[in-house]
Design a protein around this ligand. Structure first.
Ligand code: WQD
Length: 337
């Protein structure tokens, strides 16, 4: 079974390629290498002993997408990660995000509708909920007006997929990630943020390595137990495994609707200070940080209700925050050697 993974050399993409190969799938990874490195292929090979077929390809080029599918019309499933994903950057450069995240999706779907059967897994995000009213967040929580073009591209993407499913053979599952962190236990693949990390955990590990002077904690005046914001940090390998489970659900025609939605989180919320304290325990070293003002656009709290993923999808996150942070730390130390 040939599976296309777009953004296959990226953070979540590469971990998903490993899990697909572990399950015996033949994988084609495509990536435009704008936010990843070709060396990731080596990392995947070192883990599974199999190198996926790789093609450097920019999904914004419609003719390249058409050419790809003319040569690979035996693809039975697509897991679509390729997208720009920095919230702040999307505010500064909205057209980059609308062109990359929306045009690529449209060109991809146009080719999928020509295949005899198409099973499509879409990388979405809990960001579509904005600040949800009720915790933990269920899949039927209202999608709120996006506070960033990045978040808007995820909402628009879900709507495009839903409209296409109504009139074509494309069956889809929308996976709304909470906060992916960590790295494969082998430390052969992990997160490779380019430039200054936007996300909390890579900033923590780079600070611990002495690459950053100190971590700024964005706000300690939130209405939470310790004043810092709460998120649901999920191990990237748990997340990757969920993609394989979702793909199999479609391939085995177990889906009850043409488009299904699942929240992928641990179901546990952790504050920024709790993450810092857990990291200090794991790394056995003090982290240098200071409290500063809130970051524009941040929400107070988000953690997943995992019932639907557990009961319907048949998937549950296995790793603890401690294990996820330990894997992130092991990876950071490995790449800085
Ligand atoms: C987590 C918490 C920050 C950095 C975003 C996207 C989401 C997904 C994950 C792509 C927040 C605090 C952070 C720092 C800090 N992206 N923080 N100092 O914002 O929850 O989610 O990334 O799919 O779609 O919205 O993740 O890791 O940036 O922040 O205090 O240097 O850590 O304020 O409370 P976020 P994050």
């Amino acid at each position: 079974m040939k599976i296309l993974v777009t953004g296959g050399l990226g953070f979540i993409g590469s971990h998903t390629v490993v899990e697909l190969q572990n399950e015996g799938f033949e994988v084609i990874a495509i990536d435009n290498l704008s936010n990843s490195s070709i060396d990731v292929l080596e990392g995947i090979f070192n883990i599974t002993g199999k190198k996926p077929i790789f093609e450097k390809l920019d999904l914004r080029e419609k003719s390249m997408v058409q050419d790809f599918f003319s040569r690979h019309n035996d693809v039975v499933g697509v897991i679509h990660f390729a997208a720009s994903k920095a919230v702040g950057e999307s505010v500064e450069n909205p057209l980059l995000y609308y062109e990359n995240n929306i045009n690529s999706l449209v060109y991809l779907l146009q080719e999928l509708t020509k295949l005899p059967q198409a099973h499509f897994i879409f990388s979405s995000s809990c960001t579509v909920y904005g600040q949800a009213e009720k915790m933990p967040i269920t899949e039927d929580a209202p999608v709120q007006t996006a506070i960033s073009p990045y978040g808007n591209t995820k909402q628009i993407g879900e709507e495009i997929i839903t409209d296409v499913a109504k009139v074509t053979n494309v069956n889809s599952i929308l996976l709304r990630y909470f906060n992916p962190i960590g790295a494969h236990s082998s430390a052969e693949i992990g997160e490779l943020p380019i430039g200054t990390p936007q996300n909390l955990v890579p900033f923590i590990t780079q600070t611990a390595m002495g690459l950053r002077k100190e971590l700024s904690v964005f706000g300690k005046d939130y209405p939470t137990s310790d004043g810092t914001a709460i998120r649901d940090y999920i191990h990237v390998v748990d997340l990757a495994k969920a993609h394989v489970v979702a793909l199999k659900r479609l391939l085995n025609k177990e889906n009850s609707e043409k488009v299904e939605t699942f929240n992928l989180g641990t179901g546990t919320g952790s504050s920024v200070l709790e993450v810092i304290n857990t990291f200090e325990k794991v790394s056995k070293q003090k982290l240098n940080y200071k409290i500063v003002g809130r970051r524009e656009g941040d929400i107070t709290e988000a953690y997943a209700n995992t019932d639907k993923a557990n009961d319907v999808l048949g998937w549950k996150a296995q790793s603890s925050l401690e294990e996820a942070l330990a894997s992130a730390w092991k990876w950071e130390q490995k790449i800085r050697r």
